[in-house]
Ligand binder design. Structure first.
Ligand code: GRF
Length: 201
């Protein structure tokens, strides 16, 4: 299965996918895209000889319709958002219905939505005194963090002393739950019922 990964930052989820033994013979990362051409994730893509594309407005940046054309030319079957912070344009959502997924560092629908990314999420979780947090992989639609949930995994945070501790525990979960969902897509094990998304065994 050919995938494209949208990033904006460190790229640890990108690397988790690239290093996943389970995905080795199942998935090929054909493109890494970002609105931030100087992000560390692009360095990772370059190390793995994966083509990078800068998206957004301005010179040498792919606009929404151009992104759709490039991804179709590459025969992309699944788009993965791994730290990408911009809203995905409608053209892309319409072209890749139910084939765009996002990893969110909390248990949606709690602690999600516009502005809820990175440490903002973990600070909100910490300040709420929540006893569990976790990660969510969901379908991307036209709203932030709003699409149908595909997978979640939680972690006990009742003993944490800082938002950074939450971030650390959740990131570990992200690096396993995201490759697991990508594998399920590659094996055609994601089923869409009326209201729910199920990973069949
Ligand atoms: C992750 O915490 C992810 O949940 C969120 O953005 C962060 C990306 O981290 N969407 P990285 O760039 O994959 O290290």
């Amino acid at each position: 299965m050919k995938v494209a990964i949208f990033v904006s930052g460190r790229g640890s989820n990108l690397k988790a996918i690239l290093d996943s033994h389970e995905l080795k013979n199942l998935v090929k990362v054909e493109a890494v895209l970002s609105d931030k051409p100087d992000c560390a994730a692009f360095n990772i893509a370059n190390q793995y000889n994966i083509k990078t594309y800068t998206v957004g407005e301005g010179e040498k940046k792919l606009k929404s319709d151009e992104v759709v054309a490039v991804l179709n030319e590459l025969n992309i079957e699944l788009i993965i958002l791994a730290g990408y912070l911009k809203l995905i344009p409608s053209e892309l959502i319409d072209n890749f219905e139910n084939r765009i997924i996002n990893i969110h560092p909390a248990l949606l629908p709690s602690f999600g939505g516009k502005g809820m990314y990175g440490m903002n999420v973990h600070r909100a979780v910490f300040n709420s005194s929540a006893k569990v947090s976790g990660a969510t992989v969901h379908i991307v639609n036209k709203l932030y963090d709003n699409g149908k949930i595909i997978a979640q995994q939680c972690v006990d945070i009742s003993d944490v002393k800082s938002p950074e501790e939450i971030a650390e525990r959740v990131l570990e979960i992200e690096h396993s739950i995201l490759p697991a969902v990508v594998k399920a897509f590659a094996e055609n094990k994601i089923k869409f019922d009326e209201n729910r998304v199920v990973i069949v065994k």
